[in-house]
Design a protein around this ligand. Structure first.
Ligand SMILES: Cc1cc2nc3c(=O)[nH]c(=O)nc-3n(C[C@H](O)[C@H](O)[C@H](O)COP(=O)(O)OP(=O)(O)OC[C@H]3O[C@@H](n4cnc5c(N)ncnc54)[C@H](O)[C@@H]3O)c2cc1C
Length: 1024
């Protein structure tokens, strides 16, 4: 794990990284920074676009929209979907949706009138075309061409201006091996074709002369995540092996052809892995003496100083220098929002001056280690660059050792000023298709429109030179909070926050999880026995069954005692006897027990998750999320119970009314195996905290996880009589429990057939002569969930969202996507990408961190899925069929399958499959898509990927589902944030993890007192 450094002290970058400069030297450097900075600024301002230049108008138009946050978001979203809209009607529709009348009012009068006029008549299609063309032209400002030939031409133009270049192929969301291969092949072509041509270019000493001879003329930048669709920090070994296999030939080619390769840096989650892969390949024997490779360090990261110290030590050991491009970082908003939403520490500095100070500390450090870390300063901030130049001067560095880098299409006047001052300037030139390039473009728009941007402050807002060039120090009056949307959207739910998922980019978490996996795999003493426990008494009935590891059925994970019908009856009776004491314990005590259980789970978190890896075949991330959800249920229901049990008083003069809640009575909890800890825990703790004694019946397949939960709850303070544990065969124990006349409540999660049978039996029992209570049934049943992919959807996101929703935990979630409904216009393109993505999913044993798709839960499940595959093969068109090879003999593996041209009314369109099978439907238009989505008996989850605000609204209104998701996957509901549950055949009862859930476990009771005596009454509490 990397250690974040403390925040910098005012103006003193030496606090962040060691430096040989003392305070006096730093002061002298600051003097030079001011002089150099002023010179660069003056020259840049002199060469800035004039009123006659198109750039001037582009920038001014930008300023109009930036004044209003809502308009800015609307416009950026419109720009984002524009390349997908190839017909004027679609452009016109989106223009109207994004720029409604209210938004138009915010535009300057001239623009507003023109747009209104164009919208209202026969001119609309022409206006739409013109707007699209203008927007794409803006986008193209930042992109150096679509093809390698255009990019090469643009690169040559840069050389004519005495600047070098680095070419970057646009596209980051690689979803399949085919796409990763295509990305590598494009670089191969570039590296094969451009270097021979480059030898014919005239020499330019400013660009070509390096510290140790001529520099490569051809320089490319690439993203490692684009070389592997399964790039994932949870699996460093697998990712490294796959990335190296594609990267090595590119490095070899670059080395042989005399080119340079620079590795870009992306999100913080991939940073350590990117650095590690870079170091590994650079240390390979064939590359160890190759100096023409480089890496990026993002100085907005708190960990940047730490990483640089390690990079310098490593480069020293390597013995050949590498290039280090220092940037501030392009994903500041994302990193801030993402970390806050996940409940993780925010990895980026939260104040701009801290990033700037970190940049200056890093610049000084790299320059002081220039013998091994060649400094490349990637920035448009003239203060930052002037600082670098001043430090280089102070160190007496040969200018050829250092280079300045800027982005294509931005700050051309600055570039000229830097080259005029005699420094090498390299331009970062993205090229490629616009659709995959939109993420890059939106980053540039965000950056250029940020209030913290140097370019905007210096060249649009014309902030004074003193302020622009001031050393990075804290503001005189510190800002109350960083001015971001992220800060405003902090998730809050009455003080409850979700348990953060494990951050597997942190090595310590990976190692701890791996240890738990090893411990679970190698636990000595044979498989544990799972007993029956009633009233605190451990029973070990003779009938037992073995639970086997779905990834390797030779391994027995647990030996499970099968409770009998007599045990079930005894359990209910023991629980009934415990009711008065547990009720009398009071809500505060019961809530504390839940909190204690959550605390115990936290201490055993990875052990509980590792057990699931072996008991039900859950991959690492999914298993960790299940434990986090169980903790959430404990914490959330503890709070909710305290809220619910506070008496509600409505007093009027002469009358007092108090409504309170009582437990219903004995609660039977029958749980599934697919969320073996979370669902069992959620239903059990909801019943317990509301004062009901519980008989827990875990699923046969996850009895050991159930036992661990039982032990935790007992350890946390649940009295022996209030909780019984009844593992065994559902068909034996279930009916005995449900048909007991003392069973007041059944909380069930599972299949539709069993849920309906329970409901029927409960009704019959309630009608029986012995019954004193109508048994309440809460049932969460299945789903046949659909995702709609609209014709303007971001297909990168849609493919990723559909794949994870359909194949996460092998599709064995009631929320899983089993139907994807794609609009005709994008159907074929989407299906082609989906098919490749599915074929690239890593199928393997669940204990391997690289596994995306593991085994299904047991033989019966595999057989059921296989019969669905047969139906698919007979009645549909196979789009993807992953063969699991020899894994089929080792565990209950069945590969992911996708079928198209499926009959919506047939079994694949209607029946819940609970396995890795996805059906694709083609929709004529959006209404047809909604009709297909709603055309089943279920109503659990549904989703839509669209960039049309009107269609998103329509989907939110009309999709028949308990949980509707817009532009994201449809699984992974979080307690409190997304209360979970459906209606129709998907269940009865209100949502788990929501504010009404506990109500179902209670009966409300109202006491009314007439306080009037002979015309006199005490004043009502409300009267004060
Ligand atoms: C040649 C080149 C290559 C690049 N390669 C990469 C790359 O591989 N990976 C990558 O991530 N970026 C890369 N970038 C993009 C770069 O990160 C941004 O262009 C850069 O951050 C803008 O910084 P600046 O110094 O030009 O401008 P400035 O205006 O001085 O700084 C803006 C930056 O400050 C930071 N910031 C903004 N607000 C705050 C705040 N409230 N608190 C703390 N910090 C804040 C952000 O990083 C923001 O981008 C590259 C840039 C160049 C020029």
């Amino acid at each position: 794990m990397t250690t974040p450094v403390p925040a910098p002290r005012a103006g003193d970058w030496s606090a962040m990284l060691p430096t040989r400069f003392d305070a006096a030297a730093r002061e002298r450097i600051e003097g030079r920074v001011q002089a150099i900075g002023r010179d660069l600024l003056e020259k840049s301002l002199a060469a800035q676009p004039t009123v006659l230049s198109p750039d001037y108008w582009a920038e001014q138009a930008g300023e109009w929209v930036l004044a209003d946050d809502d308009l800015k978001v609307r416009l950026f979203r419109l720009v984002d979907c524009m390349p997908m809209l190839d017909d004027p009607a679609a452009v016109d529709r989106h223009l109207r949706e994004y720029l409604d009348d209210e938004s138009l009012e915010k535009l300057p009068a001239m623009l507003r009138t023109a747009l209104k006029a164009a919208r209202s008549g026969i001119l609309a299609p022409f206006a739409a075309r013109a707007v699209r063309a203008a927007m794409l032209a803006q986008a193209k400002r930042f992109i150096a061409g679509t093809t390698p030939a255009e990019a090469a031409k643009a690169a040559l133009r840069e050389r004519r201006r005495h600047r070098g270049f680095t070419l970057d192929l646009l596209g980051e969301a690689v979803t399949s091996d085919a796409e990763a291969d295509a990305y590598a092949a494009a670089y191969t072509r570039l590296l094969e074709e451009l270097p021979p041509e480059a030898t014919r270019w005239p020499t330019d000493p400013l660009v070509d002369d390096g510290p140790a001879g001529p520099l490569p003329r051809v320089n490319v930048s690439l993203k490692l995540s684009a070389l592997d669709p399964r790039f994932d920090c949870v699996d460093p070994a697998g990712t490294t092996a796959r990335v190296r296999a594609r990267l090595r030939p590119l490095w070899r080619l670059a080395r042989d052809r005399g080119a340079q390769v620079h590795v870009d840096m992306e999100s913080h989650a991939t940073k350590d892995l990117t650095l590690a892969i870079f170091k590994t390949i650079a240390m390979e024997e064939e590359f160890r003496d190759w100096p023409h490779c480089g890496i990026v360090v993002q100085c907005y990261l708190r960990e940047a100083p730490h990483d640089l110290v390690h990079l310098a030590a490593w480069a020293q050991q390597r013995g050949t220098p590498i290039w280090v491009r220092l940037v501030k970082g392009a994903y500041w908003d994302y990193e801030t929002i993402h970390a806050r939403a996940a409940g993780w520490p925010v990895p980026v500095w939260q104040q701009k001056w801290q990033t700037d100070a970190c940049y200056e500390a890093a610049t000084t450090f790299v320059m002081e280690h220039a013998a091994v870390l060649r400094p490349a300063l990637g920035s448009h901030n003239l203060r930052s660059l002037a600082h670098g130049m001043a430090v280089a001067e102070a160190l007496g560095l040969d200018r050829r050792t250092v280079e300045m880098q800027m982005l294509y299409g931005m700050g051309d006047a600055e570039k000229e000023a830097v080259t005029a001052a005699g420094w090498r300037m390299r331009v970062y030139m993205p090229y490629g298709e616009l659709v995959p390039g939109m993420a890059y473009l939106v980053r540039r728009l965000l950056e250029n429109s940020s209030n913290d941007s140097f370019l905007r402050a210096g060249f649009v807002k014309h902030v004074a030179a003193e302020q622009l060039l001031a050393a990075p120090v804290p503001p005189a009056r510190p800002a109350a909070a960083p001015a971001t949307r992220a800060a405003e959207s902090e998730p809050v739910g009455a003080g409850f926050t979700n348990e953060p998922l494990a951050d597997f980019s942190v090595a310590a978490n990976r190692e701890a999880f791996a240890h738990s996996v090893v411990r679970a795999r190698e636990a000595g003493g044979g498989p544990p026995l799972v007993p029956v426990v009633i009233g605190g008494e451990r029973l070990e009935p003779g009938e037992r069954f073995d639970r086997r590891d779905p990834s390797d059925h030779a391994r027995v994970v647990a030996r499970v005692c099968a409770a009998t019908a007599a045990d079930a009856r005894r359990a209910v009776e023991t629980a009934r006897a415990a009711l008065p004491a547990w009720q009398a314990a009071g809500v505060a005590r019961r809530a504390d027990v839940l909190r204690a259980a959550a605390a115990i789970m936290r201490t055993r978190r990875f052990d509980l998750a590792a057990l699931q890896v072996f008991e039900v075949g859950k991959p690492w991330r999914e298993a960790d999320a299940d434990v986090a959800e169980a903790i959430d249920f404990c914490e959330f229901y503890a709070r909710e119970a305290e809220r619910l049990f506070a008496p509600r008083r409505v007093d009027v003069p002469g009358e007092e009314n108090a409504t309170t809640h009582l437990p219903r009575g004995v609660a039977v909890v029958i749980a599934p195996w697919n969320f073996p800890l979370a669902i069992l825990c959620g239903m059990t703790t909801a019943a317990l905290v509301t004062g009901n004694p519980v008989v827990m019946k875990p699923a046969e397949q996850s009895s050991l996880t159930g036992l661990r939960l039982f032990e935790i709850l007992r350890e946390a303070g649940v009295p022996p009589g209030a909780l019984a544990f009844l593992p065994g065969r559902g068909e034996v124990v279930g009916p005995a429990l449900v048909s007991h006349p003392d069973t007041a409540l059944v909380a069930f999660t599972g299949s539709r057939a069993v849920g309906l049978a329970i409901n029927r039996l409960a009704a019959e029992t309630s009608a029986g002569p012995e019954s004193r209570v109508i048994t309440k049934v809460i049932a969460e049943l299945g789903g046949k969930n659909a995702i709609i992919v609209d014709d303007d959807a971001d297909l990168d996101e849609a493919v990723v969202g559909v794949v994870s929703s359909a194949f996460g935990f092998q599709g064995q979630k009631c929320s899983a996507c089993s139907r994807v409904i794609v609009l005709d216009h994008v159907h074929d393109a989407f299906v082609a990408r989906l098919a490749e993505a599915v074929k690239s999913l890593g199928v393997g044993p669940a204990d391997d961190p690289g596994t995306r798709v593991g085994p299904v839960v047991d033989e019966e499940a595999r057989e059921r899925v296989r019969s669905c595959l047969e139906i698919g093969q007979r009645t549909g068109r196979v789009v993807a069929a992953v063969d699991v090879g020899p894994l089929a003999d080792r565990g209950w593996f069945v590969g992911p399958h996708v079928f198209a041209d499926v009959d919506p009314a047939g079994p694949l369109g209607q029946d819940e499959i609970f396995g890795p099978v996805l059906a694709v439907f083609r929709a004529r238009d959006f209404d047809h898509a909604l009709e297909l989505a709603n055309g089943t008996a279920y109503a659990l989850t549904a989703g839509v990927y669209s960039r049309s605000p009107a269609r998103l609204r329509l989907a939110a209104e009309r999709l028949v589902a308990g949980n509707v998701y817009l532009n994201r996957g449809i699984t992974g509901a979080l307690v409190n944030r997304q209360p979970f549950g459906g209606y129709r055949m998907s269940g009865i009862g209100s949502k788990a993890g929501g504010p009404e859930y506990l109500l179902q476990f209670t009966v409300p009771r109202t006491v009314t007192e007439n306080t009037m005596r002979r015309g006199f009454a005490p004043p009502a509490a409300d009267d004060g």
